[in-house]
Design a protein around this ligand. Structure first.
Ligand SMILES: [Zn+2]
Length: 325
């Protein structure tokens, strides 16, 4: 089964978790497929921490302008194969400073290349800057302030990622307050490595419009009601939740439950390399496991674009493209 003909919207994908084998080989010619699988993909992961460790190897290949440009081109090639028409790409600018770039330069390089690739491919995009759970209050604030400083319409949001179970939200409250005060859209990873109480805590403390994952929310009826009432969109990353050991097999995953309960959900790759997946692959799994048809995918893609951080004109253009395919 092939899902390349379906136009797609992707809201949750990390640039630094999505390097293809071809790209890694270009930067590190001595890499063979076995080494790539061993070091860059998450095939041996048991939990989120193992998953996060895999990212360090990719990050080492994203430290100068030439490398960042190659990564963006490679990423858009993957999006093209998935027939993505709108994407929100996230990364943490403070993780690319090892060879002397400053955070502003990192964003400017990625932004410029995304703009040119977007023009060539006609894939619309927005960038989301990530703070990380283990960052200090200063680093978190520094990250969100970059969004205001650059004030580029293609930088559309702020996110918190990384080790949910190991670090509290305390260092990040001020950064999210800054975002609110400056009308910066926010999403936050939660309910991925901890239970539903982590989603409640994140909503209470950070007040994001969307939750990355949030799958453990289904353990609490009152939280489920709250998500519906407050129109919180869930960015679902099916395979990623299997790789991090949250679910043993796809059948256990609540994606179909959320869909049936009319939640606003989207289907996402999270980390294309580390989860060893693509959107076409995710759609195939949904079709095979839950018998999802084109209407299911269309509904999720419509929910995704409506919950995206794109401007209204982009949203209506994409909605039209989705409905007329
Ligand atoms: Zn993620």
């Amino acid at each position: 089964m092939n899902f390349g003909h379906i136009k797609k919207v992707e809201l949750h994908t990390h640039l630094d978790c999505s390097l293809s084998y071809e790209l890694v080989k270009k930067i590190l010619p001595e890499t063979n497929l076995e080494v790539f699988k061993e070091k860059f993909t998450g095939h041996g992961c048991k939990n989120l921490n193992d998953y996060l460790k895999c990212i360090d190897r990719s990050l080492d290949l994203m430290q100068n302008e030439e490398q960042l440009n190659l990564v963006v081109v490679d990423f858009f090639d993957q999006l093209k194969r998935d027939n993505v028409i709108y994407v929100e790409i996230r990364f943490a600018p403070l993780l690319h400073l090892k060879e002397g770039l400053d955070p502003l330069q990192v964003i400017e390089i990625i932004l410029k290349k995304c703009k040119s690739e977007s023009q060539k491919s006609n894939i619309k995009f927005g960038l989301i800057l990530c703070t990380l759970r283990h960052f200090s209050e200063y680093e978190s604030l520094e990250t969100v302030k970059l969004i205001k400083e650059l004030a580029d319409e293609m930088i559309v949001g702020f996110d918190i990622a990384a080790d949910e179970a190991g670090y509290s939200l305390d260092n990040h409250i001020k950064a999210f307050e800054f975002a609110k005060k400056n009308n910066i859209n926010c999403t936050a990873h939660a309910g991925e490595a901890r239970g539903y109480e982590s989603v409640i805590e994140t909503l209470d403390m950070l007040d994001p419009q969307r939750i990355g994952h949030g799958v453990t929310s289904c353990e609490s009826t009152s939280l489920m009601k709250r998500l519906i009432k407050e129109k919180i969109h869930l960015e679902i990353c099916l395979t990623s939740n299997l790789v991090t050991g949250l679910y043993k097999n796809i059948r256990e995953h609540p994606v179909n439950y959320f869909y049936k309960k009319n939640f606003s959900i989207s289907i996402n790759s999270d980390g294309r390399t580390i989860s060893n997946t693509s959107l076409n692959e995710e759609y195939k799994k949904l079709s095979q496991t839950f018998n999802w048809k084109e209407q299911h995918f269309l509904n999720c893609n419509l929910n995704a674009i409506r919950s995206s951080f794109a401007d209204e004109k982009t949203k209506s253009d994409i909605i039209l493209q989705l409905k007329n395919q």
